[in-house]
Design a protein around this ligand. Structure first.
Ligand code: SF4
Length: 431
């Protein structure tokens, strides 16, 4: 296959991206689910053809790093053998559907989000007319009640609403209520409308935006629905109520009964292939034999008996996963950093480990970014440390591109800068 590697584009299984440690590809689980056998196959293939580092992405994909060109081909063949590859590079590139982790295992879900995600994935993959969608373009299907897709966005978002569903668009303030049975046709119409809008821009030599939000900014959400021939009454989008918090690692009761689900965080989104194999084994022993891949850099095991939680927690902690909600690593997001990314000015993951060990992680999220691009956390964070050639800059309540409060710090100085202010009342009392 030897597809040319690209920089700065969204990689997929057959369209690798050049990184500091070799080529990088993405494996996309269908409907957020990998069987333990598939996870084992991915672990073995990443070790054999790559450098054995597997990352979890914000879009619920697995990134396999450190591949050669021949390794990319071998890995793609291994994934095709287990049904995790599209029929062509374009079919695979556009197969971007994020689903809530529990799907039909969420007892309060109004519809089976995994079934719908598979159908929408088949639409994207099977219709060559849709293969001109930009690689970054994606769909989201969320019927989760116990574990909804908190804090996630996509170009077209299908969510549970009342007894049916509602479709919203990235950056749009209106959503379109509809019956679940109408979602597939409605999404097709929206995809076609977006592609027609792109073609119109091509004819005018206007830049080709990768996301629907540019169309939403130009036409409004209602304008996009109308361009797709959808004239139903829209409503204010529920997301305007404010972003939900991302779930923390550990056990979560799903409904009345003896079972629940367990979130295992991959420290800073990365794990060795051996850890993925451990996860597969834990899924066999403690769960239903599947691993759900979430967008929060964590894997989810379902149907875990409360009685098994202590044993699972011990085993997962021993394997290096984050299993406690108050573990500082659960609140630190770090990008690949040096030497894995050629643009990085620091080894973000080692520095993030140092900061986690100090325990002074501000409330919310601490974003440690290897450069101002901010790949790991595109939205603002309460604190962001951005590596530059002169050291780390600290941005409060913003993103890596915003004005820093302090500049040029060593990782140790950054730890001090994040330390809580001294309790002056206590100091005065001691005097
Ligand atoms: S944010 Fe991190 S991963 Fe992204 S380009 Fe910069 S250094 Fe690389």
């Amino acid at each position: 296959m030897n597809a040319p590697a690209v920089r700065g584009r969204c990689p997929s299984l057959m369209s690798p991206m050049e990184a500091g440690d070799g080529l990088l590809v993405r494996v996309k689980p269908r409907a957020a689910t990998l069987t333990a056998e598939y996870a084992q196959t991915i672990a073995e293939a990443s070790d054999r053809y790559g450098n054995g580092i597997v990352e979890l992405s914000n879009r619920g994909h697995l990134q396999i790093r450190g591949l050669s060109e021949a390794g990319v081909d071998e890995l793609a063949r291994a994934m095709a053998d287990i049904g995790l590859a599209g029929a062509s590079p374009r079919a695979e590139a556009v197969r971007n559907v994020l689903a809530d982790p529990l799907g039909p295992d969420d007892p309060d879900a109004r519809f089976d989000s995994h079934r719908l995600a598979r159908r929408l994935g088949a639409v994207l993959e099977g219709d060559p007319g849709l293969h001109g969608l930009p690689d970054k373009f994606g769909l989201l299907v969320d019927a989760g009640v116990a574990l909804p897709l908190a804090g996630c966005t996509a170009d077209i978002m299908v969510r549970s609403e009342g007894d049916g569903a509602a479709i919203a668009l990235d950056d749009g303030d209106r959503s379109l209520p509809l019956a679940v049975g109408d979602v597939e046709d409605t999404v097709r119409r929206l995809l076609s409308a977006f592609l027609s809008w792109l073609e119109d821009r091509d004819r005018r030599d206007a830049p080709r935006p990768p996301r629907i939000k540019t169309m939403v900014a130009a036409c409004g959400a209602d304008g996009v629905f109308q361009a797709a021939g959808l004239h139903g009454e829209t409503r204010p989008d529920k997301r305007a109520d404010g972003p939900a918090k991302r779930p923390l690692p550990g056990f979560m009761q799903v409904a009345d009964g003896p079972c629940g689900c367990f979130l295992l965080g991959a420290p800073f989104g990365s794990m060795e292939a051996e850890r993925l194999a451990d996860l597969a084994e834990m899924a066999r022993v403690f769960s239903d034999g599947t691993i759900r891949i979430s967008p929060w850099k964590a894997a989810v095991l379902c149907d875990v008996s409360r009685a098994d939680v202590p044993a699972l927690r011990r085993r997962a902690a021993k394997a290096g996963f984050v299993v406690e909600p108050d573990d500082p690593r659960a609140r630190i997001v770090a990008c690949a950093g040096r030497p894995r990314c050629a643009s990085a000015k620091a080894d973000t993951r080692s520095d993030a480990a140092l900061m986690a060990a100090a325990g002074w992680v501000p409330e919310g999220v601490l974003h440690v970014s290897g450069c101002a691009k901010g790949c790991a956390h595109p939205s603002p964070a309460p604190a962001a440390l951005v590596a530059t050639a002169a050291g780390y800059d600290l941005v409060r309540n913003g993103g890596p591109g915003d004005a820093p409060e302090r500049t040029g710090m060593t990782p140790e100085q950054a730890v001090d800068a994040l330390a809580p202010p001294p309790d002056t009342a206590q100091i005065a009392a001691k005097r």
